[in-house]
Design a protein around this ligand. Structure first.
Ligand SMILES: O=C(O)CCC(=O)C(=O)O
Ligand SMILES: [Fe+2]
Length: 300
């Protein structure tokens, strides 16, 4: 496991060495002392940042592995498991639901998608996978590929091009009670070995940023697990110590905002590195736009 984390661990000797080399390579004639002093200063700063970052990585690593000494921070709430009948269509086949957290609300649905649906989505996505990026407000094109932040490939599958995608959108509407008219297209993601997504929020505070961009208005996130993963690849909520194992057919849904429109800090989450196997998921982001007249289910 360590070898995979080493790649993103800033205490790594190669990374520190690289800082040193890059400073020395900028050395100009006659400015040797200044350059060396500067190099040392950078290394001092780097080492402080490294210590903090290493403590953070250590905690994420423990959470990813499933350390029992990190109890979920939802002890004030009584988490429930129950069967759910969203409509008469499911009267004879209810969904089994597990609450993973009450605040923020994180709900796990067992077997929400069929094997045939998942295989069809993966086959469609496999033909058009591209490196996955992250939205970045400071970059000129609002999109930036950042080194180790997200190591994955992705493809968007529109409801119009796939009956399976549109059936899934309808099902998510049935189980959440949320209006899907403004939801983003399904984003299918594939992580290979060492693929990961470091801790992040899926959206921005409601009161800030460019609300016209879909990624700035994600009321809720749904992750569909389209494969099992032999080892690694859990989804972890790093501020509340919640770990969700990738199980083919399961879906988690959570709500990203506090009632005042700020980000719920408990929704900070990461995709743990895949150690053995290949991880397939699909994201569906549901906008707050269009929800005024809806009455969400499951207390959402
Ligand atoms: O891979 C995961 O488990 C999490 C993915 C995720 O957070 C995202 O794509 O925004
Ligand atoms: Fe995410």
């Amino acid at each position: 496991m360590d070898n995979y984390y080493r790649m993103s661990d800033p205490k790594d000797e190669f990374i520190v060495k690289n800082i040193q080399i890059s400073m020395l390579s900028r050395k100009k004639k006659g400015s040797k002392t200044r350059t060396v002093l500067k190099t040392l200063k950078v290394m001092d700063n780097a080492s402080l940042v490294n210590q903090q970052a290493t403590a953070r990585y250590q905690k994420i690593r423990e959470l990813c592995i499933g350390n029992e000494n990190l109890p979920a921070k939802s002890s004030g709430h009584h988490l429930k498991c129950y069967y759910f009948y969203p409509s008469s269509k499911t009267r004879f086949m209810p969904y089994a639901i597990e609450e993973m957290s009450r605040d923020p609300l994180i709900i796990l649905y067992h077997n929400l998608t069929s094997n045939a649906e998942m295989e069809s989505l993966k086959a469609l996505a496999a033909k058009q996978l591209q490196p996955a990026g992250v939205y970045h407000t400071t970059s000129a094109d609002n999109r930036n590929l950042e080194g180790y932040t997200r190591i994955a490939k992705m493809a968007f599958i529109l409801d119009e091009e796939s009956a399976v995608a549109s059936a899934i959108t309808q099902r998510l509407q049935d189980v959440t009670g949320l209006n899907m008219n403004f939801s983003e297209p399904l984003q299918v993601i594939n992580y290979g070995i060492a693929g990961q997504y470091t801790p992040h929020y899926d959206t921005f505070p409601a009161k800030s940023g460019d609300r016209s961009h879909p990624s700035h208005d994600r009321l809720a996130t749904a992750i569909l697990y389209l494969s099992d993963v032999e080892r690694g690849g859990a989804t972890v909520f790093t501020n509340i110590n919640v770990r969700v194992l990738p199980r083919k057919g399961n879906v988690i849904i959570w709500y990203n905002y506090l009632p005042d429109g700020n980000l719920h800090p408990g929704t900070l989450h990461a995709g743990c590195p895949v150690l053995v196997g290949s991880k397939w998921i699909a994201n569906k982001w549901i906008q707050s736009k269009g929800q005024m007249l809806q009455s969400p289910r499951n207390g959402g």
